[in-house]
Design a protein around this ligand. Structure first.
Ligand code: E4P
Length: 217
């Protein structure tokens, strides 16, 4: 499963990228707001750090305007994936932009039928939002499993990009189900390394090592 980092924080992307943990980046208007940066500037900087796909989201509601914005965003770098919302206009924009050879990430997906439409419109990525479904007492992981089955039934090549990931358990379950990609905030990716038994074991090893009176260096 590929790891995308869900942020426009350049320092966090740089740190995780150096560890080989970043196969791509996803941003959205809320993350651009949080970064306090200009969308074109920060996206260009991210594209210079990461060689994989960098999603940059359009901010219009009509297909024609989304297409114009998508074309402009795609000019930032060759690894831009234009992100469009899963609306009827977004699907029209997806069809046109992907037909022009751009990577397109269809975002805000909350149902299997929406995912089916995105694949038929030529999406490179479909972004089902797990956490936001869990927030309203629905099952985000079940949606990932449903889309996996549907795409496999018909051989759709659209990649399932599990989004709105909030917990390490979401990551493990997405990998088990067979999501192609997951995107998570830097803090969730860092948490994947944590285990209380690792901490307890290390504390004991350090205590015992001190008692030996030895040094390696
Ligand atoms: C995906 O591309 C979105 O940017 C993101 O995963 C949304 O996550 P949230 O629901 O935690 O805001």
């Amino acid at each position: 499963m590929k790891f995308f980092v869900d942020t426009a924080d350049v320092a966090a992307i740089t740190e995780l990228n150096a560890l080989g943990m970043v196969d791509g980046v996803t941003t959205n208007p809320s993350l651009i707001l949080k970064s306090g940066r200009d969308i074109l500037e920060v996206t260009k900087e991210i594209c210079g750090i990461v060689s994989g796909p960098v999603s940059a989201e359009v901010v219009s509601l009509t297909a024609d305007e989304m297409i114009a914005e998508g074309r402009k965003l795609a000019k930032i770098a060759s690894n831009i994936a234009v992100k469009v919302p899963l609306t009827w206009d977004g699907l029209k924009a997806c069809k046109v932009l992907s037909g022009e050879g751009n990577m397109v990430n269809v975002t805000l997906c909350f149902s299997p039928n929406q995912a089916l439409l995105a694949a038929k419109a030529g999406a490179t990525f479909i972004s089902p939002f797990i956490g936001r479904l869990d927030d309203i007492n629905l099952d985000g992981l079940e949606l990932i499993a449903d889309i996996r089955q549907i795409y496999d039934n018909y051989g759709f090549e659209t990649q399932i990009l599990a989004a709105s990931i909030r917990t390490p358990n979401h990551v493990a379950e997405c990998a088990r189900i067979g999501a192609d990609v997951m995107t998570a905030p830097p803090e969730v990716i860092r948490k994947l390394a944590s285990h209380p038994l690792t901490d307890a074991g290390l504390t004991q090893f350090m205590k015992d090592w001190a008692k030996t009176g030895q040094k390696i260096l």
